[in-house]
Every structure is written in C-alpha cells, then in structure tokens.
Design a protein around this ligand. Sequence first.
Ligand SMILES: N[C@@H](CCC(=O)N[C@@H](CS)C(=O)NCC(=O)O)C(=O)O
Length: 212
Amino acid sequence: MTITLHHLRYSRSTRIIWLLEELDIGYSIVEHHRDETTNRSQDDLFAIHPLGKAPAVDVDGRVMMESGAIIEYLIETHGAGKLGVAPGEAERSAYLEWMQFTEGTLAMPVLLTMLGPRFGGLDKLPLLQGFVGGEVTKLLDYVDAHLEGREFLLESGFTGADINMEYLLELINLTGMLDQRPNAKSYLERLMARDAYKRAIEIGGPLVKLPG
Ligand SMILES: N[C@@H](CCC(=O)N[C@@H](CS)C(=O)NCC(=O)O)C(=O)O
C-alpha cells in the first residue's frame, strides 16, 4: 500500500503525520501552502481534491479527506491492533463518539472563536458572540470534566480519537481558555509530549502561525 499525505502548512493535516509516525509506517508527504492573503488553500491542493481541503491522503491512487475517516482507515489497515477500538470491543461506542465529536461538534465553535479577531471581532456581532462563547464554554467544560482522573479520552489508553482532538485543544489553548480547565490542559500537555507528536511538528511545522 502506498500512502501520500497532502499536507497543508499550519493545519489539521499534522494530525495525519502524527498518526503515521505513531504507526511507524512508510509514507511520503507533498507539502502545500496557504495563500498569504486569504489563508485558504491554493490550486495545487484543489488539483488533489475538489474541495481543496487538508488533510487529503492518497492511498494506492484513491484520495480521501476528513481527518477522522483517514485516522480510522489508516488504523484499520495499518494499526495491527494499535490505536483503535475494533467492533465488539468494550469501548467501541466511546471511541466512535469521541472520534466524531471533535470535528462534528467541537470544531465549529472553536474555529469561530479563533477566526473572530481576524474578521473584525465577534463583539461586533453580539448574537453570534453569545452563541459561540456559550457553546465553546460548555464544550470545553464537558471535555475537562470527562478527563477528570483520565489520562486519555478512553480508559483503554491513547487512541486515534486523541490525535483527532489535539489540534482543537492546541488552538483554543492560545486564548487562555484551558487555564481554568486543568484536566484538559494537562491532557494537551501529555499529548504534545509524545515523541511521535514532536516528530510530526519537526516534519510538518507548527500547527499555528503565530504573528511576528
Ligand atoms: N473536517 C475536515 C476539515 C478540513 C479543513 O477544513 N481543513 C482546513 C485546514 S485546517 C483547510 O483545508 N483549509 C483550507 C481551505 O479550506 O481553504 C477534517 O477534519 O479534515
């Protein structure tokens, strides 16, 4: 099986570098860059997938996108029992729930919080600010409460669901919102301390482009 990851700098696609490093399987990377002005993907990524989204992975000539689906597929095909929870295992439903929660529920309010300042500030749109602020607070409280006494999202240990989750926590941590949520904060620190995560950052660069 040949795996080519289309990696967009400063994006979710670092998740897949991290996963591939955790699984220790061979892959190649094609690097793509955001447009300097719009911060969006450019033609080179649209040439790979009609949505121009990253991560996109070419597995034996078939391109797929959606981080959670890619993570599950690569674990299913290359995990050799690691990092996933197979059908019939005790934490299967929790695994699916957390894997989907990240992009299905948490991503939108986190990203609106992060993008707000770039578009003039959510405070200019008080109804939207109220909705987004309330959502993000509720969801982060939920994650923090879940992590009380837990090392990772699942009792059975580190899985692909943790890899999917990390990007959003790393983003929201920049706002200081994890400072009052010690379980989520120490969980994030645990994830970022993993050797494979550090290798992914060396290979793909940081998740966020900080000003300056
Ligand atoms: N739900 C998708 C979201 C993919 C996505 O929106 N990726 C962003 C990078 S973080 C992207 O490609 N942005 C560039 C653009 O849309 O122009 C996933 O989890 O993979």
